[in-house]
Design a binder for this molecule. Structure first.
Ligand code: AOF
Ligand code: ZN
Length: 339
């Protein structure tokens, strides 16, 4: 199952909104096939694992076990049901890590296997699997995307100077990691001030990966059309309370003020967004924290950068999942994360 989970993660950045899934076929304690879900819309892990088995080993499948990181599907989606494939090959046993919370599956995959007389074990390395697919599980159970906060702060606790100048905390290596992180999420969000003062492109330049959907919050519609965010190069959504015309790659969605962020997350989920990275600024980060709308935070800090004064970094409650990277001292950790 560890190998299957390892294979699953190879799909990172390419399979969303589907989960990452890996599968390993074992006969007499030997791996005779393995595969993973490589790209959204393409074959599932089980199909690729079965396809990887050599012709001479195919007759062994009825005496083989298959380890799958997610309950085999039972529905006709973009691909036919994997449970049927496993029944067709008459596997001796199916070992499953996580049950599929997708209401189209939700136990039916297991039932189909058991009805066909196949032995099934479930919840094997369950917590590891929940971690691998934390975005998928959060989205499926709460109907909202997984929220990752990411920001850089100085050693004395500021995210920017008073004039919103914030460029002097990260370094080229940490910036590369940030671009990798962007490529792994479905969407990227900034607030009004960050859009205005940083004029970020919010694309993936320092890493080979896909650009996330760009999302900007502009409650009173004061952002300038000439910003890089509005250059039509990548799909962009602007959430605002005041309705305006729609343009290509740009949707203005009026939202009720009090529950603005919650409404936005629900709307993003309805657009197929399962995860979002929030890159600032401090106002929007604090709002996500105050409203308890975040799941994880990755804070970059610098031992050398100190502003003395400026815009204060948000305070994060201890009990949540927070990772801190000091850009000068944690180079090895960053290299490892870039692998
Ligand atoms: C599996 N194996 O490798 C994956 C599964 O539209 P489809 O056909 O790709 O189906 C997507 C759904 O299938 C997805 O939401 C999840 O419930 C399940 N994913 N199932 O048996 C896989 N990726
Ligand atoms: Zn499937």
């Amino acid at each position: 199952m560890k190998r299957a989970l390892q294979l699953a993660t190879l799909g990172k950045g390419n399979v969303s909104p589907n989960p990452m899934v890996g599968a390993v076929i074992v006969h007499n304690d030997q791996i005779i096939g393995e595969g993973y879900h490589q790209k959204y819309g393409q074959p599932h892990a089980e199909v690729n694992a079965v396809a990887s088995v050599s012709k001479e080993n195919l007759p062994l499948l009825s005496e083989a076990e298959i380890y799958v990181t997610l309950e085999p599907c039972s529905h006709y989606g973009k691909t036919p049901p994997c449970a049927d494939l496993l029944v067709k090959h008459n596997f001796k046993k199916v070992i499953v890590c996580n049950l599929d919370p997708n209401p189209l599956v939700a136990g039916r995959g297991i039932k189909r296997l058991e009805d066909a007389g196949i032995k099934v074990a479930t919840r094997i390395l369950e917590n590891e699997g929940l971690e691998v697919n934390k975005r998928f599980f959060k989205a499926m159970t709460e109907k909202k995307p997984f929220v990752l906060l990411k920001y850089a702060q100085t050693s004395d606790g500021f995210v920017a100077r008073e004039n919103f100048d914030s460029k002097w905390i990260s370094n080229p290596l940490s910036r590369q990691l940030v671009h990798k992180m962007r490529a792994e999420e479905d969407a990227i969000l900034v607030g009004t001030n960050t859009a205005k003062y940083d004029d970020p492109a919010l694309n993936v330049r320092a890493w080979a990966g896909k650009d996330p959907l760009r999302v900007v919050i502009d409650r009173s519609k004061k952002l300038d059309d000439n910003l890089k965010l509005f250059d039509n190069s990548i799909r962009t959504i602007c959430y605002t309370s005041e309705f305006d015309e729609e343009k290509e790659n740009l949707a203005f969605i009026p939202l009720n003020k009090e529950t603005f962020l919650e409404d936005m997350l629900v709307d993003l989920f309805s657009k197929g967004i399962h995860s979002i990275i929030v890159e600032g600024g401090s106002t929007i980060l604090k709002e996500f924290i105050d409203r308890k709308l975040w799941d994880e935070a990755h804070v970059f800090t610098s031992s050398s950068a100190a502003f003395g004064s400026g815009i204060e970094a948000p305070l994060l409650p201890h009990k949540k999942r927070v990772q801190v990277t000091t850009v000068e001292q944690d180079e090895y950790a960053i290299y490892k994360a870039l692998k």
